[in-house]
Ligand binder design. Structure first.
Ligand SMILES: *Cc1c(COP(=O)(O)O)cnc(C)c1O
Length: 374
């Protein structure tokens, strides 16, 4: 097959469609030991802090860590929770459940507070749990649970955590830079996100934002060498370098992605585009007869779940292939309660792209002989 002039667009939870200029930033080799590259890494760590509205002078740091977002979340558990610690996980989807798997693998004591997939994590139940169980040292929550696109109220949850004087870990993988996050109001101690979500870089590393005093845990806390956040931070402080081979090309792409994030107007500009993408998608999909899964009040502008049409001629696989052949990559659903598929609103996508994917979906449904409207 001949190469085409452009890539298919990714309507996914990540990795996402990136700009041509972000991809072009990778057409260079960078020496991991060279001061020029390491100065850029230092600047990137500061720029991420600034996006979070935090300052190094106040004791905050950003640690970049090789690997995808999951590595970043696991690094917080494995290197910052004391051996005697106990973690309460708030879960309403696959990423909350992944935290539970990490804690099991690490042998860390934990308890899980589950809500069903269309229901946000509940501050009142959390309050009761923390009152009842003094052994809990840390609470872990997911901001946007990308499994469905539901938004959890990390500020209301965090205020409960703070009242009980426990530490607070937030997986903001798919929301950081696309929603304003007030660290002080939410009492966040650790926040994790990655290069290839709403900052629109390419995969290669995650980052953890936290207080230096907590990132550098007492000697003997870390259960992993390569995921040791405190050691990674000390490495950056010593010589500006990643410990072990850095994802050099991904770092160069991320620097360009940050420039483009600034040019778009930071969190305000980016969240506005995503909000418009989401509204455009939802209106278009409803217009052709699709139903979204979540109640509007808890739906984020990150990703949207749609119910399968109630028609025996519909199979996701056949539908997906047809839409992919038209140039649009959708994402399967991942929930247990309903048959759904997902359409992401994030990455370098614009409202016109959302109208085009809706048009392609309408065509695919017609071709499959499915009528969504009487
Ligand atoms: C993407 C994502 C992750 C990390 O997934 P990776 O595949 O490891 O990058 C974790 N949590 C949430 C909420 C996510 O959206």
């Amino acid at each position: 097959m001949l190469p085409t002039s452009k890539d298919q667009l990714l309507f996914t939870p990540g990795p996402l469609t990136t700009s041509l200029s972000v991809k072009k930033a990778m057409l260079h080799d960078a020496g991991s030991w060279h001061w020029e590259f390491n100065n850029r890494v230092t600047a990137i760590r500061q720029r991420v802090l600034a996006i979070a509205g935090l300052r190094q002078e106040d004791g905050w740091e950003t640690v970049l860590l090789q690997g995808s977002g999951t590595f970043g979340v696991e690094s917080v558990f494995s290197s910052c929770v004391p051996r005697t610690g106990k973690v309460a996980v708030l879960s309403n989807g696959a990423y909350g459940e992944r935290m539970v798997l990490m804690l099991q693998a690490l042998g860390i004591d934990h308890v899980v507070l589950r809500t069903i997939e269309d229901t946000p994590s509940d501050p009142v139940t959390l309050d009761q749990l923390l009152t009842a169980d003094a052994a809990i040292t840390h609470v872990a929550a997911v901001h946007c649970e990308t499994t469905t696109g539901i938004l959890n109220d990390i500020t209301a949850l965090g205020q409960v955590v703070r009242r009980h004087r426990r530490s607070y870990i937030v997986d903001a993988m798919s929301s950081f830079a696309a929603y304003p996050i007030d660290f002080a109001a939410a009492g966040i101690d650790f926040l994790i996100s990655s290069a290839n979500k709403c900052l629109e870089g390419v995969p290669g590393f995650s980052f953890v934002i936290g207080r230096r005093s907590l990132l550098v845990a007492p000697e003997g806390t870390a259960r992993s060498l390569s995921l040791d956040l405190g050691a990674q931070l000390k490495g950056f402080e010593k010589n500006g370098q990643f410990r072990y081979t850095p994802p050099t090309h991904s770092v160069l792409a991320f620097e360009q992605a940050l420039n483009e994030f600034d040019a778009e107007g930071g969190v305000a500009g980016r969240s506005e585009r995503y909000r418009t993408n989401h509204a455009t998608l939802l209106a278009g999909m409803r217009n052709i007869g699709f139903e979204s899964y979540l109640p509007a009040a808890v739906q984020s502008h990150i990703i949207t779940s749609f119910r399968f049409p109630k028609n025996p001629a519909f199979t996701f696989d056949a539908f997906y292939r047809r839409v992919a052949n038209k140039g649009f990559i959708l994402y399967p659903g991942k929930i247990s309660q309903a048959d759904t598929f997902r359409i992401g609103n994030i990455g370098r996508l614009f409202p016109n792209d959302m109208r085009q994917v809706v048009y392609a979906i309408g065509e695919a449904i017609d071709e499959m002989g499915i009528k969504l409207r009487p």
